[in-house]
Design a protein around this ligand. Sequence first.
Ligand SMILES: O=P(O)(O)OC[C@H]1O[C@H](O)[C@H](O)[C@@H](O)[C@@H]1O
Length: 642
Amino acid sequence: MASLSGLCSSFPSLKPNNRIGGELGPVRKDSLAVSTRSNSSFKHSVAREVSADLSKTNDVAGLKQAKQGGLEKDPKALWRRYVDWLYQHKELGLYLDVSRIGFSDEFVSEMEPRFQAAFKAMEELERGAIANPDEGRMVGHYWLRNAKLAPNPFLQVQIDKTLAAVCDFADAVISGKIKPPSPEGRFTQILSVGIGGSALGPQFVAEALAPDNPPLKIRFIDNTDPAGIDHQIAQLGPELASTLVIVISKSGGTPETRNGLLEVQKAFREAGLDFSKQGVAITQENSLLDNTARIEGWVARFPMFDWVGGRTSEMSAVGLLPAALQAFDIREMLVGASMMDEATRSTVLRKNPAALLALCWYWATDGIGSKDMVVLPYKDSLLLFSRYLQQLVMESLGKEFDLDGNRVNQGISVYGNKGSTDQHAYIQQLREGVHNFFVTFIEVLRDRPPGHDWELEPGVTCGDYLFGMLQGTRSALYANDRESITVTVQEVTPRSVGALIALYERAVGIYASLVNINAYHQPGVEAGKKAAGEVLALQKRVLAVLNEASHFSFPSSSLIQRLDDLQMQFSHFNAHCEDPAESLTLQEIADRCHAPDDIEMIYKIIEHMAANDRALIAEGDCGSPYSLKVFLGECNVDELYA
Ligand SMILES: O=P(O)(O)OC[C@H]1O[C@H](O)[C@H](O)[C@@H](O)[C@@H]1O
């Protein structure tokens, strides 16, 4: 059966001949059922199946009974704890409060060897070790904000050149030096086409830093939903002519992104516009996307490097180009990230904010993801931070096997939106309901630019309410033994956004070492992509079977406008045809597809096609699958009316 890669084997315009970016606690082997797995991602060919109850294997110094003591509630003791553990990055104006996470001193000292091992692994990673063993790759996102760290001059030059190219290009677009063919004379819109790490970082940063009137307004196509794509293109309207389309895909072959490109190029054709004069590609060199852009002479191409993962690519051209085109100070973003990187290189736990986060995560989730991470920024502009962290944390930590091939099913689930809005949604459950989470508050001290504040009642501003809601929620949760972390920044700026991104990238890397997993690959995603390809391949077989039975041949692009038109057409055709169309039951379709076990998926395919006027249900209805009889026309419309 064709794999998905077969289905999206090339971008649309590629001509056929063209090639188109932690001292672990001993893993308890309660059951040593040994199974041989051929998956090359294992360091050892044999994966040891161990009991999934990792609380035993990760049980550090009686993590469980340490928690039986409950949380410190004496205000004086809590204040001491707050001060003792408070982390401050003076230059960044960033604070980290871990006092409302109840880890014990014993736990901290028991974890020390693991942290030293994690710090060592991180040092080797930054030196260019193959820190992603499953894909045999280096992990170099830290080099993006300090090229000197890159392990060789060639990489250093690549990083610096790409940054310079991004800045120059963005300046030229904003100044109008680079412009669209349209009479408007300059680009006014950005349409970013990409998904996952090729969208979430740019979306988070755009929401966080967007000025009220950016030089170019950005919008995103980040899915293969036709209605969503139509909505974005419709909102552009005539401004499609002054829209710079940035197509972002590290691999250059992700189907959703390729579909977005195809749909946008169709809109350009229908508007009489030349896409190549308004298209930009950000992808690995020589990827299918890169070759398409080169062959077609798109406006610009920017490289992605194989040693930068999608979920850590915000400081590469993926994030920097969209940000620069919105006139964000990307060098400030890089400075913020670099300063945080320096801080998170400390091998002293209390001086390393990323290590402190990892310590809290391990304590709160027992090192096995037993609790969810609720991310609550009390700032509208940080709304998308939790969505950004969902990919960064869950795609990094959500792994079936550890580095020794043990089945661990690791991970930490992330959710949240913003405060105080979420207090009117699910905080009720957090306060009183199932205790399966810990909270991370993101506090922004500056409410408004200087001189713009206003008291809506004597001595009280709107921002005071926001501040009070955060502190009140933090206290109310803790009073009911709900733990929380608070990250505080002065205001949302390119520098603080860069620092926050770097803080969490490092925390994820350190935590991954503590639980002995590879944070830098995503084998599970490939499984999903493959399965999607199989569904599409089955759909093609269903179409072929139905076409045979229906003796019709629609012009392939024709979609019947209304189902009743089609119904009328078919009944008219059948009444006058010596060789009437044969309608088939689901079982008959499955048998003719030689896929009897896929009958449910075949039913879903029929249901989806019928809902889009691409199938005709001759008898029965989708509510009673056994009653269904289907034919699908490929019919020559002229014949029907003959
Ligand atoms: O940038 P692309 O190659 O198109 O990949 C887009 C996304 O695809 C997959 O979902 C990966 O798991 C993500 O890490 C990646 O960001």
